[in-house]
Ligand binder design. Structure first.
Ligand SMILES: [Zn+2]
Ligand SMILES: [Zn+2]
Length: 261
């Protein structure tokens, strides 16, 4: 039996459709051993409607802790998906440090003022090679910041299916080496299948690079509704097995352990 975790979940505390209880029910039905919530948090810049308001962090944590106390059929983990952008690393790190979290997912959504998943028009008239390069540079800076335990959808820049002309392997290699050096895990994010890209993040053609560099992995659904908890996990596990992964990252109070799978 695979020990199943799904650590990337958005409830009504950010831009998800349902209360945490509904995701937990769905996770139990999908035989998931650990469910973790990771509401969007964007610190020190203007909030957008997909963000959790910082004032709601305490109610969110308290709510999940109360569910931990009444549920014993599944482990409930408390996380956040925090936006990374250059320049405020120190403040972001200080802000997050005292929070009683099991893990922090670091994600790059913003390149400049706009998010790369706001719509395909973001890409029009721009050099796709340059966009991919700057996206990867930002993710590598996030990895090196020491703030995060997991990097979310590490090549989200693929979301609309734009393909760079250059050979991407060196950038994936650089990213994987930085993750290993900074003890940061990557996720196979199955939600890419529901986006225009219609595939997982990261690009399966480069998963072998993460394996070769020995980067810890977990599989996450990035569910914004309960029906998507654990979605496509069997396919993701099969893919990881085929590539040669033999263990998965499990998080508890910001300590990572590896379990065989
Ligand atoms: Zn995200
Ligand atoms: Zn997310």
């Amino acid at each position: 039996m695979i020990y199943k975790t799904d650590y990337h979940m958005h409830s009504i505390y950010s831009d998800g459709r349902s209360v945490p209880e509904d995701y937990i029910t769905a996770a139990i039905a999908a035989s998931i051993n650990e469910i973790g919530f990771s509401e969007h948090l964007t610190l020190f810049r203007d909030l957008e409607d997909w963000n959790m308001k910082p004032v709601n962090i305490s109610p969110y944590i308290n709510h999940l802790q109360s569910l931990q106390n009444i549920t014993d059929s599944i482990k409930i983990k408390i996380g956040l998906e925090v936006d990374f952008y250059d320049g405020r690393e120190k403040e972001i790190s200080e802000y997050l440090k005292p929070l009683p979290l099991d893990y922090i997912i670091g994600s790059v959504h913003y390149l400049g003022e706009k998010t790369v998943d706001v719509g395909p028009e973001f890409y029009e008239g721009k050099s796709i090679d340059r966009l991919f390069e700057s996206y990867f540079e930002s993710v590598i800076t996030a990895v090196s910041s020491g703030i995060f335990d997991i990097i979310g959808h590490c090549d989200l820049i693929r979301i609309y299916g734009y393909k760079p002309a250059m050979n991407m392997e060196p950038l994936y290699r650089k990213l994987a080496k930085a993750m290993k050096a900074n003890n940061v895990a990557f996720e196979v994010n199955t939600n890419g299948r529901n986006r225009p890209l219609a595939d997982f993040y990261p690009d399966r053609r480069f998963l072998h690079v993460f394996r070769e560099e020995n980067v810890p992995v977990c599989v996450n659904s990035d569910a914004h509704m309960p029906s998507r908890v654990g979605q496509y996990f069997d396919e993701a596990y099969e893919l990881l097995r085929y590539i040669g992964f033999t263990e998965m990252a499990v998080f508890d109070k910001r300590v990572r352990t590896m379990v065989p799978f």
